[in-house]
Design a protein around this ligand. Structure first.
Ligand code: BG6
Length: 364
């Protein structure tokens, strides 16, 4: 049971500093700045032969797949993208022999993801799994994979498994990068960043109490936006997903850059925006968009780094610790879990079992 915790989701969120260590354990190579993933069952030659990566998952696993695709493109310079597994099989996909397919699933039992894996394998493609539950259907169906070692996850809204999915992608991206052009210096920089992450996740979780008031104010809104750019966009999608799953509020994710091409029409004092503004090459442009929202009295919550100066913008800011920019997405995700959680808590919802949803959807 959830023990002293008010819910499984709360317990599972707070476990993240420990479970994050479990997925990294024994897989990081400080000396050569790389990762070792024996379960993939691919040697350096197999890894080098990969020309494209296609990630398949549903719900939160799909959004973290988008974060993973960005990591793979950045570190390994291989074209990578994520697709909803629930759609993939229905468009008679072209399966390429030099594409690495990656199925991502906490339960390992999601039928849409399982059927996507079967489609890939039936057509002769190689599919590896990022799966939490050992021996599950997807794990058995894949050619190899990376177990997530997050331990049992009970709450429908995924937290610790999702974090480990991100870390699993970081390990994969590192290994794919280091058999290509990623330098040993960059490899070591990322290994050091990964080793620092569990402690930084703990730091964010320790600030939980400070987020309760802002979560309550978001819970009062009927509709909200979550915005981010490039690395931050899948984070926004995951943040909106969590928020709607457990608070039943309409939450929509948008690319910050697309705001002026449509949704800005909806911004007013009743519609809050949660914006992801890490310190990176897009900070100034992101701040430009915040000005547009602020000018229309749209309430703003900004997840950012302490170094970012928001100037005159009227916003509630939440600072997260800095790591290597490629690894920022997971640190930006943790406050969004806490916001969704406390909004749902404030509204009195059954957080672990949201209406109409199942932890794992095993029928089509
Ligand atoms: C959904 C759950 O139906 O399945 C989501 O409600 C989850 O929370 C998704 O992210 C994928 O599940 P799994 O087990 O394949 O990661």
């Amino acid at each position: 049971d959830a023990g002293d915790h008010e819910s499984y989701m709360h317990k599972e969120m707070l476990e993240q500093p420990v479970t994050a260590q479990a997925v990294l354990r024994g897989r990081l190579d400080e000396r050569f700045g790389t990762a070792h993933l024996g379960g993939l069952d691919m040697d350096a030659r197999d890894l080098r032969a990969v020309r494209r990566v296609k990630i398949l998952g549903c719900g939160s696993a799909y959004y973290v797949g988008q974060m993973g695709a960005a990591l793979i493109e950045e570190l390994a310079r291989i074209p990578a993208d994520a697709e909803a597994a629930s759609e993939f099989r229905y468009r008679d996909p072209v399966i390429e022999p030099d594409t690495l397919y990656v199925a991502v699933s906490q339960s390992g039992e999601t039928i849409d993801t399982l059927l996507a894996v079967q489609e890939v394998r039936r057509k002769g493609g190689r599919c590896v799994g990022l799966v939490n539950v050992v021996g599950s259907a997807i794990a058995r169906e894949c050619d190899g994979g990376i177990y997530l070692h997050a331990g049992p996850e009970v709450a429908v809204a995924s937290t610790k498994a999702l974090t480990n999915m991100f870390l699993g992608f970081a390990l994969l991206a590192l290994q794919l990068g280091r058999v290509r052009d990623l330098s040993i210096a960059d490899g070591k920089r990322l290994v050091a960043g990964l080793e620092k992450l569990p402690g930084q996740i703990e730091e964010i979780l320790a600030g939980e109490d400070d987020l309760v008031a802002v979560a309550k104010s978001l819970a009062e809104a009927r509709s909200l936006f979550f915005i981010g750019r490039v690395r931050g966009f899948p984070v926004a999608r995951e943040g909106a997903q969590k928020f709607k799953e457990i608070s039943y509020r309409h939450a929509e994710a948008y690319q910050t850059s697309e705001l002026k091409h449509g949704p800005l029409a909806l911004i007013d004092p009743e519609v809050p925006t949660v914006a992801l503004v890490p310190r990176d090459e897009l900070t100034e442009r992101n701040i430009g968009a915040l000005h547009e929202i602020d000018a229309r009295q749209g309430p703003l919550v900004v997840i950012t780094h302490a170094e970012v100066d928001l100037g005159e913008i009227g916003a509630r800011r939440i600072d997260v610790p800095r790591n290597e920019p490629e690894l920022d997405p997971i640190l930006l995700t943790i406050p969004l879990q806490l916001l969704a959680y406390h909004a749902a808590q404030h509204l009195g919802h059954d957080i672990d079992k949201p209406r109409n949803l199942a932890k794992s959807v095993t029928v089509e």
